[in-house]
Write a new protein. Structure first.
Length: 162
C-alpha cells in the first residue's frame, strides 16, 4: 500500500517521546500487516491538511473460540496530539469493527485515555491477560451489547511476541 511508508514514519515520530514504548511500534505494525491477524478494514488513518496525522490498528486475536480485537497501536503525530484525532480513530474503528461482527476490543495502556472511549478493566468481561498486568491497564470494550460474556485468557497473535 502506498501509505505504509508514511504510516511507518508517523508511528516512529508519535512514539519517539512516549513514556511507555519500546521504539519498535512501527516494526510491529509492519509485521502485523503480514500476519493472519491483520484486518485491512481496521487499519485506519486520519488526514489533516492532506497529510496523514494519525493511525490506528486493530488486529484479531482469540479468547477461547471467540475472535476479539486488540487495539495496538494508536499513533498521532506530536503536533496533532490532544486534538481529538486519536479518539476519533478509536470511534471509527469501533464502528467498523461492530459492522464486521466483532464483539470485543482489548487494549493495554493508559486507563485515563482509553476510558474516554468506553474501555474498562477487561476482567469485567471475563478477559484475562496472558501476562502479569494491573487490572486498570488491561482494558476491553464490549462493541455489541448482545454478545456473551467471555471467560478466558486472550491469545495474542504470535507477532506480538507474547
Amino acid at each position: 500500500m502506498f501509505f505504509y511508508n508514511e504510516v511507518f514514519e508517523l508511528i516512529k515520530q508519535a512514539f519517539a517521546s512516549a513514556e511507555h514504548c519500546d521504539g519498535n511500534e512501527q516494526d510491529l505494525v509492519n509485521a502485523l500487516r503480514k500476519s493472519n491477524s491483520f484486518v485491512p478494514e481496521l487499519s485506519l488513518v486520519a488526514v489533516v491538511d492532506n497529510k496523514i496525522a494519525g493511525h490506528i490498528l486493530f488486529t484479531k486475536n482469540f479468547v477461547g473460540q471467540e475472535e476479539v480485537l486488540a487495539l495496538a497501536p494508536l499513533s498521532v503525530l506530536p503536533k496533532y496530539q490532544k486534538n481529538g484525532i486519536g479518539l476519533a480513530l478509536i470511534k471509527k474503528g469501533h464502528y467498523i469493527a461492530k459492522k464486521l461482527g466483532y464483539n470485543y476490543s482489548v487494549v493495554l495502556w493508559n486507563p485515563k485515555y482509553y476510558n474516554k472511549s468506553g474501555y474498562m478493566p477487561a476482567s469485567r468481561f471475563g478477559i484475562k491477560a496472558p501476562f502479569k498486568v494491573s487490572d486498570e491497564n488491561f482494558m476491553a470494550i464490549k462493541l455489541n451489547e448482545c454478545s456473551n460474556e467471555l471467560n478466558g485468557i486472550i491469545q495474542y497473535d504470535k507477532t506480538f511476541g507474547i
